[in-house]
Design a protein around this ligand. Structure first.
Ligand code: MN
Ligand code: MN
Length: 454
């Protein structure tokens, strides 16, 4: 089937709107590179737009705008609809964690008078892509007395940055013969952190000096890293890409592209017919096992809380799920013209051709896919078409080339009609992922149409 390219179809005004939407998108993603920062920034924007913490409210009426936070790392926003909750709700779920390099519990060490941080990567990365680039450091450190210290260094002008070094080509004879997996061992992803000694010390002078700086700047001791979340992420802002500025390059677009657009969509809606919910989940890139992931019961409890606060009994929660509709908004794989061999060209998604609908995710023979019904796919098609959304179908790649899953399964298990629909990305999971401004804006328009549809 022929795909429509948004740039060929949109009028000048829509193109301009897409560009100006992406200015806000760029700013937001450039400064919110961790799930904690994404949560606090979205709460701030939410509150400015009339959203209130559900914990402070005893009763909810239609039109109420509410949110709930889970351990500062997951958030959910909702706008109560005109129809009773038992008529179903509209959910969009995305994730706000992205692949990155985390500190190990005891990270600081010295080797040959250089100080380093030991790391363990978070999510599925091609390790070599993360070498030799400037890295920023974001840390939340909790002292034994409960005091919270924040580390943020690398993204303010004049801040220093960090890096992971790589071998020079001149001495890479053996490395080059290895597979990519073996050539870059995970235990070598050590972050170069400092090189000046503390001359008052007899041994581990560089490490001592580094710890002295951390004590002075952030009030933390070496053992405080034990109770910390320290993440190294690519330094710098998201940038326009291409001479026509039609694309974007920057960190964390999987899945903050879908998180930002679905969050913006829920902020934009006023009086929806059905209750609308936007879930921002954490821990997707490590398999959604933890208490802030889509797997946790946080969302279920939120629905139950809404149900009770709108005057229903908990026993009616099944009716809510039965009639609800959901979009699992996670980024999709775009056709990369340099690697056509991994795609079925008849089914691959193209950059600029709008938001993607994925009938099947998973791997090989659909293993792990949620498989939305034909009825529900038709329903989504209708919503998108009636609202002039530029959209296309997508699949991860050729049938036996690999695969991947999304958090869709955690909504589908309730019997909620769920479909995967997200924004296409090139260089997924690399430090600098690439998207099209047309696709970002199509995502926003599609999610808004889903929330507003009758
Ligand atoms: Mn994702
Ligand atoms: Mn991912």
């Amino acid at each position: 089937m022929e795909r429509k390219n948004a740039w060929e179809i949109w009028n000048e005004k829509t193109k301009k709107d897409a560009f100006s939407f992406c200015e806000k998108y760029k700013d937001f993603l450039s400064v919110n590179k961790t799930e904690r920062k994404f949560v606090s920034a979205s709460i701030k924007t939410g509150e400015k737009n009339g959203f209130t913490n559900i914990d402070t409210l005893k009763k909810l009426h239609s039109g109420a705008r509410i949110y709930k936070i889970n351990k500062n790392k997951q958030a959910v926003f909702a706008v109560i609809g005109e129809k009773p909750l038992t008529e179903g709700v509209r959910i969009i779920i995305s994730h706000i964690d992205s692949p990155r390099i985390d500190f190990k519990p005891s990270p600081v060490y010295e080797d040959e008078s250089l100080a380093f941080f030991k790391t363990i990567y978070y999510g599925g990365i091609k390790k070599y892509q993360w070498l030799t680039i400037p890295l920023s450091l974001y840390g939340t450190v909790i002292l034994k007395n409960g005091e919270k210290k924040s580390i943020e260094v690398g993204d303010t002008p004049d801040d220093p940055v960090f890096t992971i070094t790589d071998l020079l080509p001149h001495l890479s004879k053996d490395q080059m013969k290895k597979t990519i997996e073996e050539g870059f061992p995970g235990e070598n992803l050590n972050i170069l952190a400092s090189s000046m000694p503390d001359i008052s010390k007899d041994k581990e002078k560089t490490k001592s000096n580094l710890l002295k700086i951390f004590k002075e700047n952030y009030g933390i001791e070496e053992e405080d890293f034990l109770s910390s979340e320290c993440q190294a992420v690519p330094a710098g802002k998201m940038r326009d890409l291409g001479i026509d500025k039609s694309m974007l390059i920057g960190y964390g677009q999987d899945d903050r592209a879908c998180a930002y657009t679905s969050f913006s969509a829920i902020v934009s809606i006023q009086k929806p017919s059905e209750t609308c919910i936007c879930i921002l989940a954490d821990q997707e890139e490590i398999g959604s096992h933890g208490g802030t992931s889509a797997y946790s019961l946080f969302f279920q409890y939120f629905i139950e809380e809404i149900l009770e606060k709108t005057g229903y009994s908990l026993s009616e929660v099944k009716r809510v799920y039965e009639k609800s509709k959901a979009i699992s908004a996670d980024v999709a794989s775009l056709l990369d013209p340099n690697y056509k061999e991994v795609h079925d060209l008849r089914n691959a998604a193209r950059m600029g051709c709008g938001i993607c609908i994925e009938k099947t995710t998973g791997a090989r023979g659909k293993y792990g896919s949620i498989e939305p019904t034909a009825e529900y796919i038709a329903n989504i098609r209708k919503i998108f078409d009636e609202n002039d959304i530029i959209w296309q179908t997508a699949e991860i790649g050729k049938v036996e080339q690999g695969g991947g899953g999304t958090v869709a399964t955690y909504l589908a298990k309730f019997g909620i009609d769920t479909i995967d629909s997200g924004i296409g990305v090139l260089s997924m999971h690399s430090p600098y992922e690439v998207t099209s401004k047309a696709d970002i804006y199509s995502g926003y328009l599609a999610y808004r149409a889903f929330y507003n549809s009758l």
